[in-house]
Design a protein around this ligand. Structure first.
Ligand code: O2Y
Ligand code: MN
Length: 593
């Protein structure tokens, strides 16, 4: 097949000549196409039909290919300084030479899928078109759910629309007559997830998993888009988007950034415990935001589905996610029950007596291994979420009122505080930190600074990214969203969580809404504006006065002890650190006395 878009035809030919697939297939995003691909993977043994869940399938990855590979991820700009201190860098010509060696003949024995997709509703002024070339039917089916793959996108391309080329290969050619394995991929040292932001180009090799392979998500919608957003004056952020409606019907739109393992998907689908308040989900991972004609900041969710972590998800922690995955879902690395359903740690109170684990082995509770991999995933259409907002596909986006940053801190950081102004809010985002858990990177309990939760996803120098946030604030002026910082995870001296979290987080969001409406004041403290006694709605919560005090406590000694670490963190950015952020640190120190 040929399309009328010359750039696309030329690129497809160039890649086919290099990768030498047995055949080329142009995708149209239809249900028939999805069903056909899935049938092919069932027949080959790579997909298992889940008898207990309609139209749902289980995949088991190679044990070496279970998550994003940050140390194999590159931002390849002409100078190392453009990529900055938080990214792996390689010179573009050298990286391309190495990767061309790997791509040479890498699709032999396989079909090359050409997948046209839109990030964001087709036709929205905020959306972007991508075309992924992949040799994985698993990737194609996941892309059907996570992005908008459709012939309408091909029509836009035919009409001359530009696109972001995303090349992906699992890196496992098949020799004549060679039998395929269940999850083909390349060894870790041959995996490369490469981004060329100066030419809006993505090259991924060797992995079939998640963010490494579904290139619309982290690669396009964050790393490439963040670099485009800076050049073009908009924002691509690692943020959930939700709509909160108060009992009078006033709507508030909130975008929030948290590092992994802080309950982002849970907050995006939260059920408020406070009477009369409603929460609806617009997105759980990525927000693209542009300034509208009225000067406000409008956000869309560029994705079409959720690629959520399964372990820990249950009817207690996230009932809306559980309802979202009742049917038409792809599960990866979950355990299989004897009656043909999926299971994962934390899903039910009772553990099944027997399972097939994520490696395909018999499993009983007596064994010491996890049944599901800790990074096991569900890929589910966002439209299946019972609390998806009716405006989630509004091409104009939704106006953002509030930004929230946060992290997991067992001490020091109170439940909630508000930034004094935009620059202070940017300082809070730029210094956001979280303690590592066994579910994320690093030894448990280490403090990791993860500015704006963008460390693995910023496609250019993070110092310039801070400056872009300051510039956006200058342009937004009085229309800028107000900025808050939260910590749901503070513990008592005895090690117990002080805050119930989940639906009760609505109480904290309510306080923010009342702040922006000017209904309530706040106490000035050295770190920011904290709730006045009695302003946080705690009605019906069984919390001792002592615990509430501890949850809100600001200890100046503890905060002073944080400042050398912030200074070291800022020092990494050298002269790319905006002076206005260095001043924020000085001002914090002054306020702490
Ligand atoms: O491990 C992966 O490939 C997925 S990582 C991921 C998936 C969905 C949403 N967020 C993330 C993340 O790492 O932030
Ligand atoms: Mn994420």
């Amino acid at each position: 097949m040929m399309v009328k878009n010359e750039k696309l035809n030329a690129w497809v030919k160039e890649i086919a000549d290099m990768c030498r697939p047995d055949s080329i297939y142009w995708c149209n995003g239809s249900k028939e196409e999805y069903d056909r691909m899935m049938a092919k993977m069932i027949a080959s043994g790579s997909a298992t039909v889940l008898k207990k869940r309609s139209n749902s399938f289980l995949f088991r990855s190679d044990p070496s290919d279970v998550a994003r590979v940050e140390d194999r991820t590159y931002i390849s700009t002409s100078s190392r300084d453009e990529a900055g201190p938080t990214n792996n860098w390689m010179e573009p010509a050298e990286l391309k030479e190495t990767m061309k060696g790997l791509y040479n003949g890498c699709m032999k024995g396989r079909t090359m899928y050409v997948i046209p997709f839109s990030m964001g509703p087709v036709g929205s002024p905020i959306s972007k078109i991508g075309v992924e070339i992949s040799d994985s039917p698993y990737v194609l089916c996941n892309m059907h759910i996570m992005t908008r793959v459709s012939s309408r996108v091909l029509e836009l391309l035919d009409a001359g629309a530009d696109f972001i080329p995303c090349l992906h290969s699992i890196g496992a050619p098949l020799a004549e007559g060679q039998k395929d394995v269940q999850w083909p991929c390349a060894p870790i040292e041959s995996k490369y997830i490469s981004h060329f932001p100066e030419e809006n180009l993505i090259w991924s090799f060797g992995s079939g998993y998640g963010g490494n392979a579904l290139l619309g998500k982290k690669c396009l919608a964050l790393r490439i888009a963040s670099a485009m957003a800076r050049r073009e004056g908009w924002m691509a952020e690692h943020m959930l988007i939700l709509r909160l409606t108060n009992p009078e019907g006033r709507q508030y739109h909130i975008a929030a950034a948290f590092p992994s393992a802080c309950g982002k998907t849970n907050l995006a689908m939260m059920r408020p415990t406070i009477p009369g308040w409603k929460c609806e989900c617009i997105g759980d991972d990525i927000a693209w935001m542009k300034i509208g004609a009225d000067g406000r900041l409008y956000a869309i969710n560029p994705e079409n589905g959720f690629f959520g972590v399964a372990p820990g998800t249950s009817y207690d922690t996230n009932p809306m996610a559980m309802d979202t995955v009742r049917e038409s879902v792809i599960f990866t690395n979950c355990a299989l029950t004897d009656d043909g359903d999926v299971w994962w740690e934390g899903m039910t109170d009772e553990t099944p007596n027997h399972l097939i684990d994520w490696k395909g082995r018999d499993w009983t509770p007596a064994g010491k291994n996890d049944a599901a991999h800790p990074n096991a995933r569900f890929t589910a259409p966002a439209s299946q979420c019972p609390v998806i907002c009716k405006d989630w596909e509004n091409t104009a986006g939704v106006p953002i009122d509030i930004f929230i940053f946060g992290g997991r801190r067992s001490s020091v950081v109170p439940l909630v505080f508000e930034a004094y102004n935009w620059d202070h809010g940017v300082f809070l985002g730029a210094t956001a930190a979280s303690e590592t858990t066994s579910a994320n990177i690093g030894a448990t309990g280490n403090l990791r600074r993860d500015p704006f939760a963008m460390t693995p996803f910023c496609g250019y120098n993070m110092g310039d990214y801070f400056r872009h946030w300051l510039d956006m604030g200058d342009r937004l002026g009085k229309n800028a969203p107000r900025i808050f910082y939260v910590n749901w995870f503070r513990k008592s001296p005895e090690g117990m969580f002080l805050w119930p979290g989940f639906g009760d987080n609505s109480r904290v969001l309510k306080w923010m809404c009342e702040r922006i409406d000017g209904k309530i004041g706040a106490q000035k403290t050295p770190i920011g504006l904290l709730p006045n006694a009695g302003d946080l709605d705690l009605a019906g919560l069984d919390m001792s006065a002592e615990n509430i005090t501890e949850l809100m406590r600001v200890d100046t000694e503890d905060w002073l002890a944080e400042s050398p670490d912030i200074e070291r963190h800022f020092a990494k950015f050298g002269d790319r650190l905006p002076e206005r952020l260095a001043m924020q640190l000085q001002e914090l120190r002054k306020r702490l006395g």
